[in-house]
Write a protein that binds this ligand. Structure first.
Ligand SMILES: [Zn+2]
Length: 334
């Protein structure tokens, strides 16, 4: 099930494949911009009892927002946690959300675990991560509070992206290849400086599983616009106005032009900003609710000001593995 790995690399792969110029090492962090910002901004939704702790670790929580994408090389079963191809379940035009049970056990009974994993499990994985975060709070395990907070932010962010809810996740079925990175990376990169992320204070949510499903559902309802507007605009933009070449690393990459990006975003009426804000808001709610369920432990009592040395060693090993696997770009997906 490696084909889905395309999704998780937001900016990199789609553009790499689009490019007629072979780019060996296009890698920098810009493709992860959105995830990092979501995790960072969610800290500001928290109540004072939590804010001190999260603020102290805000760089960690932001920097590690992209770990789940990196881990997909090393961890069996990671890839399917980032999406759900909900339209797979409704080929006849039915409402897929009426067909797929929200509870994992019910969905397994209806479709089998193998099928669910083959088409993605993001809403259920958010629920699993919620449980882990609650337990980390209860144990007072600073390492795990931070890593679980960062990780769950990634999956919450993914659940808010319309293209994470469809088999046509990169426009490959509608001749719109590359739209994934365009939507998730190129647009935030060009526009996020103008975004307003004041989303208000986190609130308690009773059922994180429903919150995750509601996010996926709202994302999926936007899919027609995401694809349809790109299609429509492309008809009025000749190729040389739709794309530009930008120097990224060692070679030119074909990118969507600023003109086209702006026209697309205008036509979508701020959808990317809204989905980003919805991610921030949901993430704050999820963190806050996990802390409440854990019994509202006093986070200021933790003397551990940084993650442990053993966790740092794990990150170092993961980084090395990622660097090693990165050499396989363009070969190990699809
Ligand atoms: Zn992801």
């Amino acid at each position: 099930m490696i084909r889905k790995t395309v999704i998780v690399f937001l900016g990199l792969f789609g553009l790499l494949l689009l490019s007629p110029v072979r780019v060996v090492e296009p890698v920098n962090a810009w493709g992860f911009f959105g995830h990092k910002r979501i995790n960072r901004m969610a800290c500001f939704t928290l109540p004072p009892e939590m804010f001190g702790f999260y603020k102290r670790h805000i760089d960690f929580i932001s920097d590690h927002a992209v770990d789940p994408d990196r881990r997909r090389y090393a961890v069996e079963g990671e890839a399917e946690r980032h999406y759900i191809d909900i339209d797979h379940y409704a080929k006849g035009g039915e409402d897929p959300f009426a067909l797929v049970p929200r509870r994992w056990e019910d969905a397994v009974a209806k479709f089998t675990e193998d099928t669910l994993k083959a088409y993605g499990i993001v809403p259920w994985h958010i629920q699993v991560m919620f449980g882990r975060l609650v337990s980390a709070f209860q144990r007072g395990d600073v390492d795990r509070i931070l890593t679980n907070s960062a990780d769950i932010g990634h999956y919450v962010g993914d659940a808010h992206v319309p293209l994470h809810t469809t088999e046509n996740y990169n426009g490959q079925l509608t001749n719109q290849y590359g739209i994934h990175a365009f939507w998730e990376s190129r647009i935030p990169e060009l526009s996020a400086e103008n975004y307003d992320h004041l989303v208000g204070r986190a609130v308690y949510v009773e059922r994180p599983l429903d919150v995750a499903w509601d996010a996926v559902h709202a994302s999926h309802l936007l899919l027609d616009s995401v694809l349809g507007i790109e299609k429509r605009l492309s008809m009025t933009y000749p190729e040389d106005r739709k794309y530009v070449f930008e120097d990224r690393g060692r070679g030119g990459m074909r990118m969507y032009s600023r003109d086209f990006t702006k026209a697309y975003e205008d036509a979508m009426l701020g959808m990317v900003e809204q989905r980003m804000n919805a991610s921030i808001s949901t993430l704050g709610n999820v963190w806050y609710s996990a802390w409440v369920v854990a019994g509202q432990p006093d986070l200021d009592r933790f003397e551990q000001k940084d993650v442990s040395d053993s966790l740092k060693a794990v990150f170092k090993a993961e980084q090395e593995m990622w660097d090693e696997n990165r050499k396989g770009y363009g070969r190990d997906h699809e």
